[in-house]
Design a binder for this molecule. Sequence first.
Ligand code: F6R
Length: 618
Amino acid sequence: MCGITGYIGQRDAYPIVVNGLKRLEYRGYDSAGIMMYDGEKIHLTKTKGKVADLELITNNDEKRKKGNIGIGHTRWATHGVPNDTNSHPHFSHSGDLVIVHNGIIENYDTIKKALISRGYEFKSDTDTEVLINLIEEVKKKENCKLGKAVQLALTQVVGAYAIAVFDKNKPNELVVARLGSPIAIGVGKDNEEFFIASDASPFVEFTKDAIYLEDGELAIIKKGKEIKVRKINDDKLVDANIQELELSLDQIEKGGYDHFMLKEIYEQSKAIKDTYRGRMLANEGVIKMSGVDNNLPKFLNADRIIIVACGTSWHAGLVAEYLIEDMARIPVEVEYASEFRYRNPIITPKDIVIAISQSGETADTLAAIKLAKSQGAFIFGVCNVVGSSIARESHAGAYTHAGPEIGVASTKAFTTQITVLSLMALRLAQAKGTLSQSAVNEYLQTMQQIPNQVDELLKIDSKIQDIAKVYKDSKNCLYLGRGFNFPVALEGALKLKEISYIHAEGYPAAEMKHGPIALIDENMPVFVIATRKGHYDKVVSNIQEIKSRKGKIVAIVMEGDETIKDIADHIIEIPDTKEAFTPLLTTIPLQLLSYHIAVMLGKNVDQPRNLAKSVTVE
Ligand code: F6R
């Protein structure tokens, strides 16, 4: 989704703001813009396309780069098509105020009509231009300073936002505010300079001190002065909590890989290890998860667990359903957060809601847990981004320790989510006694082998590339799996479609004969996950059914499989493990396959069209 960067200080603001926008490209966007103030004039440059397109314009006109204060934006279109005019930043009617905005102002239409009736004119179709004019109107009417005008205007809007506002008449100041969309402020030495950004990655090399605004807060940032943070609703001053960033530059760079996605696929063995490290002592059979341990009675007395998530995280939730029901014998329901929040669900205080989210900012998942919380449920967050909105909204939780995931297509987030959820299922099974201690020990020891097995699997990358070459021009693909690997089939299909734009469907293998089998002919590749312990014979029968209709079969099997070798067109072997943990392995070749197909088709793997990394709007 949209990204914001900004700088105020003594340095040239342009390279900081523009390089910052490049760091935020992973969020997904379709246009870019920057405002620079050179001490006298505002220069606004914006264009449809990428930050590189923006640079082409500014490189031809040096004055557009001058100044020590600037704000930048990458836009993911919501109101109005992606074009130069709708791109941010936006001027107010007078040309004095400038804004960049992430999020959606839901009541913009009503406000716009009122402003038009009072003589305001609008150039763009955006809700953002409405907001900046509302701020201007309030400022004039109340004869107040920018900070106050922003605050009063925000009390009139409904929706979500992270904004940064500049006023030509107060050029040593930026006003930022947040409701629903994240914004971080980097604090320079002695308050001599400040950085703003949607996350800390744009300023990590300049400062390790950051303030993350909370929902409903507004900050006035003045060069050389301490930041003032206020509550938008009641004007109360709040202590600006300065946190030390743990993020390092190499974590957010490609480190020699062609794409972030490939780097992140290869990081999975480390990410899985980082996620279970400190949470289990495999030889002693100990699992330590404070978020679960401190709330054990709640889990043990729960009527059911409801998992809410979107996209890949929802797939991890489906794996968790199999894990928790099988191991801990607690009923689990898995819901799309976007459906759950609007279907008047029945929730009681004896429900536990687990929200799974890499970004921790997904609007639907956040809204789903707010709803469940208001009805008394206990909320447990499984997030990757520390301090994210979902993590903060949860009563307890467990972070995945995947490190920053920058490729839009989720990879290491998925496997680390499954790692956390597996440990949770085991911890609950241990506490409930639904698994014997020796069984738990065996699971933990098996889990410990997974990182090395992931590394082993990655060694067959060139074989996967060969398979990718064969199927890269397919128009449709089918992915089949059963049990623990049914969600992996869904995830495999999602990975392929989102980065290569090839139509792909995931199905539980046995469902094939209830419809999708009609699609199978000699042009249809079918990727079948057939691990030896997972309803193996039944999946073999499904493979035979595909074969007899001339479908092409790529089978993911456990090492040593002899039966499927004779039937399938291609075989990908995974190392032997417990069936419950096979998703951590079967998913790896499917990620690689999607990656190579997309690269061969010349697609933008890290920033696929129309997609955003963190979906902060509905
Ligand atoms: C797919 C993908 C998306 C996300 C979904 C949820 O590769 O990345 O489907 O999984 O948007 O995002 P989070 O996990 O941040 O809530």
